[in-house]
Design a protein around this ligand. Structure first.
Ligand code: MN
Ligand code: MN
Length: 459
């Protein structure tokens, strides 16, 4: 099948719309580098668009009506938005789902130590990273520290010009002959991902004066003690903002396109929806996808199903049967990024079934690898319907696989939603250098994803 460029159909005026949307997206990913930050931003945007807290409606026993807009945060790391439809919830929803956690490096629970005149924080990486890509680059520290009295310190250090950044050192090439003979996976040992955080010794006769000075600064500046690291979630991400990329500025180089490049347009498609839909609309921005959707904030937990139950309790007489019907009658785009075809690494792709940058939003009928293992294989009937919706909406799209059949594979949240028996398919934006500190996407694919999600919600 001939591949189309998604750029072709745009004239000068509509190119500006693509660029405007890209700017808004960049502002979102520059401020929302972690799941918690994305939830805070999404909540703010939802409230500005007239959404109210479902939890509050529940507490007050408030009845929700068609056209009402509500959101529900889950443990500050996942968020669900709804627009209540004309039809009963049990007739199913139109769901957009994406994840807002990205590969990164987390701090350990007892991270701080001093060695040979430098203070370090010890780490554990999160998600599938090539460790050698995360050394010798500026890192910023984001997250929360919960003190023993329950007060919460929100941390973001390394993003503004005045802030210091942090760094994990790498070995100089002059002394790296042995290191460079190692497999890529072993080039940097997981236990060598130690972050340098200080080098100035506290005057006096402390046994570990550099560490002591760091602790003194932490106490003075943030009112935290060494023990407070135990109840902290601190995440290291590449420091700095996303950038337009290429002479033509047609791409964006940024941290965590996977999967904010789908989460942002999913959220926007629901926030921007005008009027009252027939079916209830939903966007779920979820945590923990990068480590298998585990935990109380990942899609494997019951939080999504529970929140749908809460919505049902506010719109109709509650019954478990209706919750099951609401889920199984739903249709969902599990919005996650796809591997963009990379001519530098052509041998791992099968070109007829690869996703190309600039060719529009990308559907994956199935993900998984090595014989469709662990994939959610979308139904042909559902895909036929999506083709009609995409055609009517004038959306440029492509169908692809992650890579060659026996090369590897990857999963998304699709199969966990499929267990509710709903029709679900993976649908997102092709990315180059996925899971690297800085990933690459095309602005037109981002915009086509937004248009695809809007068309899907309109049905
Ligand atoms: Mn992803
Ligand atoms: Mn990923």
């Amino acid at each position: 099948m001939a591949r189309k460029s998604a750029w072709e159909k745009y004239d000068a005026a509509s190119l500006q719309r693509i660029d405007g949307f890209a700017k808004e997206y960049r502002a979102f990913i520059d401020q929302g580098k972690t799941e918690r930050e994305c939830v805070a931003l999404a909540r703010q945007a939802a409230e500005a668009a007239g959404f109210t807290d479902l939890e509050q409606a529940l507490r007050e026993g408030k009845k929700l009506n068609p056209g009402d807009r509500v959101y529900r945060c889950w443990m500050n790391k996942s968020i669900v938005l709804f627009i209540v439809g004309e039809r009963a919830l049990r007739e199913g929803m139109r769901i957009l789902g994406a994840h807002i956690d990205s590969p990164r490096i987390d701090l350990k629970q007892n991270p701080l130590y001093e060695e040979d005149g430098l203070a370090y924080l010890d780490t554990q990486y999160y998600g599938g990273i090539k460790k050698y890509q995360w050394v010798a680059l500026p890192l910023a520290l984001h997250g929360v520290v919960v003190r023993i009295d329950g007060s919460v310190l929100t941390v973001s250090i390394g993003e503004s010009e005045e802030d210091p950044v942090f760094c994990i050192s790498d070995l100089l090439p002059h002394l790296a002959q042995d290191q460079l003979k190692l497999d890529g996976e072993k080039l940097i040992d997981g236990e060598a991902l130690n972050l340098i955080v200080g080098g100035y010794p506290l005057p006096g006769d402390e046994k570990e004066p550099v560490k002591a000075n760091v602790l003194k600064l932490l106490k003075r500046k943030y009112n935290i003690e060494e023990e407070d690291f135990i109840s902290a979630e601190l995440e290291l991400v590449p420091a700095g903002k996303s950038r337009d990329m290429g002479f033509d500025g047609s791409m964006i180089l940024g941290y965590g396109h996977d999967d904010r490049v789908c989460a942002y347009p999913s959220m926007r498609a629901v926030l921007d929806y005008k009027g009252t839909p027939a079916h209830t609309l939903c966007a779920v921005l979820t945590d923990k996808e990068e480590i298998g959707s585990v935990g109380a904030t990942g899609m494997r937990s019951h939080y999504f199903e529970n929140i749908v139950s809460e919505l049902l309790a506010c719109t109709a007489k509650y019954s478990e049967f209706y919750v099951k019907r609401a889920l199984s009658n739903s249709r969902m785009l599990s919005s996650d990024v796809s591997a963009g075809y990379d001519p530098n690494y052509a041998s791992v792709f099968e070109k007829k079934n690869a996703a190309f940058l600039g060719s529009g939003v990308c559907f994956n009928k199935y993900t998984g690898g090595r014989g469709k293992a662990s994939s959610s294989d979308a139904n042909a009937e559902f895909i036929g319907e999506l083709r009609r919706i995409m055609r009517d909406g004038g959306v440029t799209y492509q169908f692809a696989e992650l890579g060659k059949v026996d090369v590897g594979g990857g999963g998304t949240i699709a199969y966990m939603c499929a267990k509710y028996c709903m029709n679900v398919i993976d649908c997102g934006v092709p990315v180059l250098s996925m899971h690297a500190p800085w990933e690459i996407i095309s602005k037109v694919d981002l915009y086509e994803a937004y248009r695809c999600y809007c068309a899907f919600l309109r049905g």
